[in-house]
Design a protein around this ligand. Sequence first.
Ligand code: OAD
Length: 255
Amino acid sequence: MSFHRTAVMTVARAAELIRNARRGLALTGAGVSAESGIPTFRGEGGLWTQYDPVKVASIEYFMADPSAYWKVSKERGRVALAASPNAGHRALAALEASGRLVAVATQNTDGLHQDSGSRNVIELHGSGRTVMCLDCGNREARSEVQARLDVEMPPRCTHCGGIFLKPTVVLFGEPLPQPAIQQAFALAREADVMLVVGSSLVVYPAADLPLIALRSGAQLIVVNAEPTPFDELATVVVQGKSGKVLPEIAALIGG
Ligand code: OAD
């Protein structure tokens, strides 16, 4: 059987599963935003192929030298703030609007699911659009802080002058936001279909979600550009780009 025909069949099988879903849950990762121009962390061209994640994205290193974090975030933040949702984000929003998905749990902090119209977005790793001063608790829009990075490194709190301005994202070594985790775990336990998109599925506890869903009897669908450790547990694996595959699935399902 040709590769193309196999791919068409897996897309059709994924669409059939999602069409019949009553409590579908999506889990997304950096891959879903790759076609919006935001580089992934792992896989081809991933950020962690250039940088050591512990040195640029751990709370320990941030507290030791916030400017090391901001020097990397300067470019990534600029790109993320300028990015727009792609066809993959929009297809997920459409699947939620038509009642096939109850929510999108995301490891992404870029806000693009919300921008594309998804309503129930669970941000497992926080949001990169707000920055908080760890000294006084003052919050500022990320865009405001981002705009002064050229003249101020590390950026300083406009309220107290402190240098520990941290985006409201989860860094390595920090606890995840408990309400988000609890909500996502509860939806995974109730899910009949779990759709994972654009995640390497190597970071926990986010990668617990498909495990919890499988244990509760859900069917697992994986849409990813590269193989994942969960592929052998999945009912359907569609290897490809989410900006192409998800609209195909949504089109087969219809409104
Ligand atoms: P990763 O960067 O680990 O994985 C992204 C996956 O998306 C890879 O397997 C790619 O092959 C795949 N991919 C790339 N382009 C794609 C496309 N157009 N369509 C579909 N798939 C594509 O991202 P996450 O799994 O989200 O955490 O990473 C999890 C966490 O690790 C992140 O939230 C971040 C990171 O360190 C923190 O910073 C706490």
